[in-house]
Design a protein around this ligand. Structure first.
Ligand SMILES: NC(=O)c1ccc[n+]([C@@H]2O[C@H](COP(=O)([O-])OP(=O)(O)OC[C@H]3O[C@@H](n4cnc5c(N)ncnc54)[C@H](O)[C@@H]3O)[C@@H](O)[C@H]2O)c1
Ligand SMILES: O=C(O)C(=O)C[C@]1(C(=O)O)C=C[C@@H](O)C=C1
Length: 377
């Protein structure tokens, strides 16, 4: 349990901000969560999910009493948020963010926040192609790496330790890196894959006289899921990590050219080597705990720690003749909100169960969809 903070402010209650708020509540965080968003639909859902304790009407209200501020808006709003908050933050408040690029963010923080501000960059390596709070999930960060970045002048070891505890409380693993290393890593493992997914999707529109879409199978779906991500968010990410992305594209150009040459020369031996190398690299990615779980179609239900809860859930499913494939109790700690994870045999049963629980006023019911792709491993 993490007790260092009494008031945590989250600016931007979308997919990531909403998931952090939910995960904090779920971890048993007893302090106050102050939330701010500009979108009235998101605020409405945030209220329904009871993810925050106080809704702030201004940046001033969001930050003036907070001891931890988490910025979770798209990158293009950072500049105005930093400018606006700069005169209202307390000297000892820790400020962090979740933005996907860190050099750009630290530069803005250095420009617009007061010189002694305790700013630590953050970036969870978890997310989804969906946006908005209705896609948020308290288990989003479970077993995910969570980058923390410090500018070279900063010596914030005490603050870093406090922030690490928050990250561990939401289920993630903090990993401290330099801004430069972070931006290089994510250019390769996140931004280039996104770009490739976009190119693969657009390839289907390249020669207009054939219709490819009706025939796509698992391969195309698996390699392009992320192309349905939010275009505004990805434009911001690409442009603010431009140098690293260009360098990664140049490497891709070399690799594509190499492969093309092998085809032209019918060089099957080298082609075989490249295919084998790729297979080994792909298979060396450590499986997350969630990947190794056999059930694929999962529903998570947040429940109070009181007798009869499990019985109520199974009764609701039994009444609708929905079969349970697997069931697990998560986060069962005394006096804290717990969660039940139930696995179903297919998407249809999963959706049925989700609706049953929502209708029965289990507001904290979530579906984990990303496991679908893990199923293909
Ligand atoms: N989506 C992902 O997979 C993912 C993963 C890790 C990090 N990130 C980063 O997280 C950040 C947020 O992404 P998201 O996917 O949660 O986006 P989102 O669109 O789901 O949520 C962003 C929220 O910020 C709100 N907002 C915008 N301007 C605001 C302002 N000035 N004040 C208050 N609220 C404001 C929006 O109304 C929206 O609800 C981005 O910077 C992104 O780079 C995204
Ligand atoms: O799983 C997904 O849908 C994501 O795109 C998440 C993902 C990624 O893994 O590349 C995307 C961008 C974020 O900055 C962090 C995580």
């Amino acid at each position: 349990m993490m007790n260092d903070f009494k008031k945590i402010s989250i600016i931007g209650l979308g997919l990531i901000g909403g998931s952090i708020a939910l995960a904090l509540k779920n971890s048993g965080f007893k302090g106050q969560i102050i939330g701010r968003d500009l979108n009235s639909d998101n605020i409405k859902v945030a209220k329904e999910l009871q993810v925050v304790d106080i809704f702030a009407d201004s940046i001033k209200e969001s930050v003036e009493h907070a001891d931890l501020i988490i910025i979770a808006t798209p990158l293009r709003y950072y500049e105005s948020i930093f400018k606006e908050m700069s005169t209202h933050i307390k000297g000892d408040t820790i400020i962090t963010d979740v933005g996907s690029v860190k050099g750009y963010v630290h530069k803005l923080a250095n420009t617009y926040l007061p010189a002694n501000t305790k700013f630590i960059g953050g970036h969870p390596m978890a997310g989804s192609e969906k946006s908005g709070i209705s896609a948020s999930n308290p288990y989003m960060f479970e077993n995910a790496y969570y980058f923390l970045t410090l500018d070279k002048q900063d010596v914030l070891s005490e603050e870093l330790d406090k922030l690490k505890k928050v990250i561990e409380a939401i289920g993630a693993y903090p990993v401290v890196t330099s801004l430069q290393k972070h931006d290089k890593i994510v250019a390769r493992i996140s931004h280039t894959p996104h770009l490739m997914a976009v190119i693969l999707a657009n390839l289907l529109d390249f020669d207009k006289n054939i219709s490819y879409i009706p025939y796509v199978g698992g391969g195309f779906r698996d390699t392009t899921r992320i192309a349905s991500g939010n275009p505004d968010m990805w434009r911001d990410i690409f442009l603010s990590n431009k140098e690293e992305l260009i360098s990664s594209i140049e490497s891709c150009e070399i690799l594509i050219k190499e492969f093309k040459d092998l085809l032209v020369k019918d060089d099957s031996r080298t082609m075989d080597e490249l295919l084998r190398k790729a297979k080994l690299i792909r298979e060396s990615i450590p499986k997350h705990r969630k990947d190794s779980m056999p059930q694929v179609f999962e529903v998570f239900i947040g429940v109070e720690d009181k007798p009869g809860m499990l019985g109520d859930l199974t009764r609701l499913l039994g009444e609708q003749k929905i079969n349970i494939k697997d069931i697990e109790i998560l986060h069962a700690r005394e006096d804290e909100q717990g969660a039940i994870k139930i696995g179903f045999k297919n998407k249809e049963e999963q959706m049925k169960a989700y609706t049953v629980f929502k209708n029965a006023n289990y507001h904290l019911t979530f579906i984990r969809e990303e496991n679908e792709s893990a199923n293909n491993e």
